[in-house]
Design a protein around this ligand. Sequence first.
Ligand code: FMN
Length: 242
Amino acid sequence: MSLNIEQLKSEKVRILGISGSPRNGVTDYLSQIALEEASAVPGVETDFLPLHKVKINHCIQCEQCLKLDPGRNYEHFCPPFHDDMDELIPRFLAADGYIIASPVYEMNYTPLLGIFMGRFRPLWRVFKGVHRNKVGGAISVGGTRYGGQETSVQVINSFFLLNEMINVSGTSGGYIGACAWSRDKLPKEFDDPIGVEKVRDLGKRVAEVTRIVKAGRALFPDGRPDLNNLDKNPVKEAPYAP
Ligand SMILES: Cc1cc2nc3c(=O)[nH]c(=O)nc-3n(C[C@H](O)[C@H](O)[C@H](O)COP(=O)(O)O)c2cc1C
């Protein structure tokens, strides 16, 4: 196989930032700082999805999505609900790397973020392994200094891991993700330079690792389904299909 280094270096990647806050506050602000830092890495495009702008239902475990046909590209992946997830799923699939941020609510990520993440079961059924070897990093923001930020990034990290993604941290001091302290302020009064530094580090690392992995995948294709050529990429049955 001939190795075209220049082509690999120019491979574009897309990083999707998701804010799990139900309002336009510090989490949106920090998500955009992380994306700004990511976009400074050559070849990186970004997209931002603040979840307070969308309307989505929570999964009711009706099990209907487990009857969808593996490998088929559906317009509606969730049989009972035709809501904003219909547009968000293709947008999510189009990304190579993810930065997911949440305010801390009761020592955990927000119910809104949980509702979003709970809607990915149809993808597991239809495009098994579709997120394998994508990249993800987590950010959390608490009103108190030690209010559950680390717990929250850990559970976001678990979402990446269960989707077979590569989970990256920030740099030293952002060991499992970036944690910030808002003192319950809004962005114009927000003042946590260490938190911002960790958020920037995380945005940069997600972008760097995503580029490295995407270039590596071009050399060593991993069999992930190609959504543009589904006929040529039959997807195996999901293991627990009824
Ligand atoms: C229902 C609720 C629960 C919260 N629980 C916590 C908590 O357990 N720990 C904490 O540090 N902050 C907690 N906070 C404060 C928020 O995490 C904090 O104000 C954060 O900066 C909000 O982010 P936003 O500006 O992006 O909305 C809570 C806020 C709300 C509304």
